[in-house]
Design a protein around this ligand. Sequence first.
Ligand SMILES: Cc1cc2nc3c(=O)[nH]c(=O)nc-3n(C[C@H](O)[C@H](O)[C@H](O)COP(=O)(O)O)c2cc1C
Length: 312
Amino acid sequence: MKKPPDVGILLAGVPLASPVTLLSGCVGFCEDLARIDGVDFSSVGAVFLKGTTLEARLGNPPPRVVETHGGMLNAIGLQNPGARHVVQKILPAIQHLPTRFFANIAGSTVDEYGEVARIFDNSPIDGIEINISCPNVKEGGAAFGSDPLVAARVVETVKRATSKPVITKLSPNVTDIALMTRAVIDAGTDAISAINTLMGLAIDLEKRQPVLGNGQGGLSGPAIKPVALLQVWRIHQIAGPRGIPIIGQGGITTARDAMEFVLAGATAIGLGTALFRNPLGTAELLEGMVTWLRHFGVDNFSKVRGTLNWPG
Ligand SMILES: Cc1cc2nc3c(=O)[nH]c(=O)nc-3n(C[C@H](O)[C@H](O)[C@H](O)COP(=O)(O)O)c2cc1C
């Protein structure tokens, strides 16, 4: 009998039962998902919790989301109850679910990232993802993730604050993703998530004003998939040889999309915007990925990872 495909993966030292993960900001703190019958957590390798800051934040004025062609634009503004509340009240309520949990941390200063990481270090969380797409308040408001030196400082600070695996989530809103990749790997990141949302604008023509209360927002969903695939492939050229895994994300809806990211170099894949339409599709997605493994004649995702035949 043929060996059944092995869908388990190792992500920055953390064993996941499946390469399918749920992305930050798209399932909150998992409270709703935990209440829905029909969520097959055995097909969910890990959940990335909503972006968390040191103190509670109310977020941006509404409207916070708007649908666009092939995607959506959001400016939630990191609404969250603060790191201590997440550790003391939320984690104990979701910990029984049969999946892994990664915190997603954000800050207005480099030091804030360190403090939030320290709070999660002292918790049962499986690892910490750093969202570096936030404005650096002390240094003019440009995103931490747009300057390799600043991004490296954030990663070093978080690494010093925790012994848990650290994943850095790269922003696509940069000139050269290769520079950012090298900077965060040299600073000690254990894994890379790519990509976060692309900055965009939706305009209400009658009102002559932006649709979102915040003005601009982050574009996600199928519209960004080609951008995400190229970024993941570029990151893989640097991260692959150094053994740094990538969580590929950006517009994944189907198993075919997911396998394209695996071919481009992703070890795990993330579902974000797709969950707003169908939060229950993870088992089917994983099954579809396994069917692709059979199609390629292999029994393990690692055997197809990064095997894209680039021309020339
Ligand atoms: C409503 C919404 C909220 C998000 N909140 C966060 C967040 O708090 N932290 C973060 O790192 N990424 C956040 N993201 C980005 C997603 O985690 C993901 O990286 C991005 O949307 C690309 O994947 P997708 O096209 O599958 O949605 C958010 C995305 C959406 C749509």
